[in-house]
Design a protein around this ligand. Structure first.
Ligand code: BGC
Length: 449
């Protein structure tokens, strides 16, 4: 079977699409990718480790720690966005075990307040890939001790931020990426290549979500709290290729299926010999929503390097190396809906130097999202573009540019809003996607980086 080339332009809307009242429109970032100077977590250490594949260190990032108001002003500028997602840096709030920093907690209170003052609802992520060094040294996610440590952090931080600030919460960002990239592929800390360690980490991340959810809801019962899942549309290049199919099933289960099943059934199951099946108290339905974070299809091919089929000629390939494949978002939204929880797209975005292509990506993925609501009945509550500004893209450093707002790293980290910010704001302000508006941003050949 040949894989068809794929590009955003094939999925642009052809009619005006209205979104439901109260639909959430926002952008997202994460502490380590923007704050700068997060010297006390496992990622900072990994960036300095000669064994790591990191292309550069995070360093000052975008200095969001000091410049969050500037970024939030830009988010609010168009008057349409009503939502903003960012994360707490655990290593700043609890720099040593059991020692909590009031200064850091106060800082995050001010960030929440600044979000709210600008008419946006905060979504606060409690864990976005980084773990304090003290916890990482004690075994990190492959060791069950982390579950209670994370729960205590959730208790303290949720109580400190309180009901006026915690409107939406994500307990853990992309547990499958933490487990897979850190413990199986080995390009994230702690750099392990062991499917059993990946399985143990996956189980602990799910346990930590269930207990974290309980702790956050105990402190702030009205906080809309959920788990944000990395979801790919995993396919096989040749369905008769048993090896590729087996690999696809493994990848799909470990990256997506295990987490969706766990939320639905409350069971940790089928992780292989390293993890016994177990029903986790409070896990079933532990969410007021489920977050979908979608970027790519993943086509497996037993004959290709890393079992990954190369993108065919004609595909629109992003700076991340994968192609724009909007229908995969529909597949993931329908799958997330099997949890029977409301769904929010908590991340979706394109790394590119061509901002016109970013606008096409947004339009195409929103078109598909709208169809998932209207044709398949998915209870979709919002769409969050990744990311607010360009930022530190983990092992790839500052190369990939995802932001609606560029960062001029040669010029004092100056914020450079892109046309896609205006495009996104116009969609948000009108609460609809209009092909006539899309046509003013896409296909004109006039928009640059
Ligand atoms: C992560 C972000 C990352 C983005 C783009 C998601 O996996 O949550 O931290 O920057 O994808 O690669």
């Amino acid at each position: 079977m040949t894989i068809e080339p794929t590009r955003s332009d094939d999925w642009l809307p052809t009619e005006v699409l209205e979104f439901p009242d109260g639909f959430l429109w926002g952008t997202s970032n994460a502490s380590h990718q923007v704050e700068g100077g997060n010297v006390n977590n496992d990622w900072w250490a990994w960036e300095q480790n000669p064994r790591s594949p990191c292309s550069e260190a995070s360093g000052d990032a975008t200095d969001f720690w000091n410049r969050y108001e500037e970024d939030l002003d830009l988010c609010a500028r168009g008057g349409g966005q009503n939502f903003h997602r960012f994360s707490l840096e655990w290593s700043r709030i609890e720099p040593a075990e059991g020692l909590f920093s009031q200064v850091a907690l106060d800082h995050y209170k001010r960030v929440c307040d600044a979000v709210i003052e600008r008419g946006l609802s905060p979504m606060v992520t409690f864990h976005h890939f980084t773990t304090p060094l003290w916890a990482a040294r004690e075994g990190t996610w492959a060791d069950t001790a982390i579950v209670d440590r994370f729960t205590r952090f959730c208790e303290v931080a949720a109580a400190a931020l309180g009901p006026d600030r915690l409107r939406y919460v994500c307990t853990i960002n992309e547990p499958s990426v933490v487990a897979t990239m850190g413990y199986f592929v080995g390009v994230f800390p702690p750099g392990v290549n062991d499917a059993d360690a990946q399985a143990r980490a996956s189980a602990n991340l799910v346990r930590a979500h269930a207990k974290g959810y309980e702790a956050i809801k105990a402190a702030v019962p009205d906080a809309q709290t959920g788990l944000c899942l990395a979801m790919q549309d995993v396919q096989v290049a040749d369905p008769d290729d048993d090896a590729a199919r087996g690999f696809a099933e493994f990848v799909d289960f470990r990256m997506v299926g295990f987490f969706v099943d766990a939320l639905r059934t409350g069971w940790i199951e089928n992780l292989g010999p390293a993890v016994d099946d177990e029903e986790v108290p409070g896990l079933a339905g532990s969410g007021d929503y489920v977050g979908v974070q979608y970027y790519q299809r993943f086509v497996t091919d037993a004959t290709a390097p890393m079992f990954t089929a190369p993108e065919p000629e004609g595909s629109e390939v992003t700076q991340m190396g994968y192609a724009s494949y909007p229908p995969g978002l529909g597949v993931c939204l329908r799958r997330a809906a099997t949890t029977e929880l409301p769904v929010i797209v908590t991340e979706n975005g394109m790394a590119t130097d061509d901002d016109e292509r970013r606008c096409a990506w947004i339009a195409a993925h929103l078109n598909v999202s709208h169809k998932a609501m209207t044709e398949d009945g998915v209870d979709l509550r919002g769409y969050t573009y990744w990311s607010t500004t360009d930022n530190f893209e983990w092992a790839l450093g500052y190369g990939p540019k995802f932001g609606l707002i560029g960062i001029d790293r040669e010029n004092g980290l100056a914020r450079v809003p892109r046309p896609s910010l205006d495009f996104f704001d116009e969609i948000a302000r009108t609460n609809r996607l209009d092909p006539a508006v899309v046509a003013t941003y896409v296909g004109q050949g006039t928009i640059t980086g």
